[in-house]
Design a protein around this ligand. Structure first.
Ligand SMILES: Nc1nc2c(ncn2[C@@H]2O[C@H](COP(=O)(O)OP(=O)(O)OP(=O)(O)O)[C@@H](O)[C@H]2O)c(=O)[nH]1
Length: 184
């Protein structure tokens, strides 16, 4: 499930992942709740992701059952960043204890109006122990990586092997460096 303040780019993020397109404009406003599917290939298997887009309020009724939460703020909007702590508090109160959480600073393509530095996102993520990256629903930067990292983590958790071979933090760190985000 995608979460965050209204206007951070949740609907665009989802559409970029599913369709590889950026849709702008007022017609995007989410009313209520919506979901989309995409099938990705992981370790040679087709995995169907069911991704939920929320409208910002009363979302805990929905995310109680979510396996993963992608929490977005807008790097050009300080309030959306300041509200992340409240989102995380809510998540810890209402979501499943083993939910996968990832923090995303969106709209990174609009660098001229940036108000939240990369380091600020990194240190907040560190404080809460969640992986972090900056993304653009407009250009597609790191959108695929965010979903694939989460999908891999979920797949790993259903594995019967005792030893974990996949760690979402180190996977994201290595992929951020190489830029090779989409290799299966
Ligand atoms: N420059 C830029 N603009 C973006 C990006 N993502 C979204 N936007 C713009 O931000 C505005 C809000 O995007 P939405 O995807 O509707 O945001 P939302 O979080 O779903 O908002 P609600 O539907 O109100 O919950 C739109 O005008 C988008 O065009 C991005 O990565 N870069």
């Amino acid at each position: 499930m995608l979460l965050g303040d209204s206007g951070v780019g949740i609907t665009c993020f989802l559409i970029q992942f599913r369709d590889g397109a950026f849709l702008s404009g007022a017609f995007l406003a989410t009313v209520g709740i919506d979901f989309r599917m995409r099938i990705v290939t992981l370790y040679g298997l087709n995995v169907k992701l069911q991704i939920w887009d929320t409208a910002g309020q009363e979302t805990h009724a929905y995310y109680r059952d979510a396996q993963a939460l992608l929490l977005l703020y807008d790097i050009t909007n300080k309030t959306s960043f300041d509200n992340i702590q409240a989102w995380l508090t809510d998540i810890y109160d209402y979501a499943q204890k083993d939910v996968v959480i990832i923090l995303l600073g969106n709209k990174v393509s609009t660098t001229s109006s940036r108000v939240i530095r990369t380091e600020d996102g990194e240190s907040l993520a560190k404080e809460y122990g969640v992986p972090f990256m900056e993304t653009s629903a407009k250009t597609g930067v790191k959108v695929e990586l965010a979903f694939l990292a989460v999908a891999r983590e979920l797949k790993e958790r259903t594995s019967v092997r005792e030893e974990r071979s996949f760690q979402i933090h180190s996977y994201i760190d290595s992929q951020k460096k190489t830029g090779n985000c989409c290799a299966n």
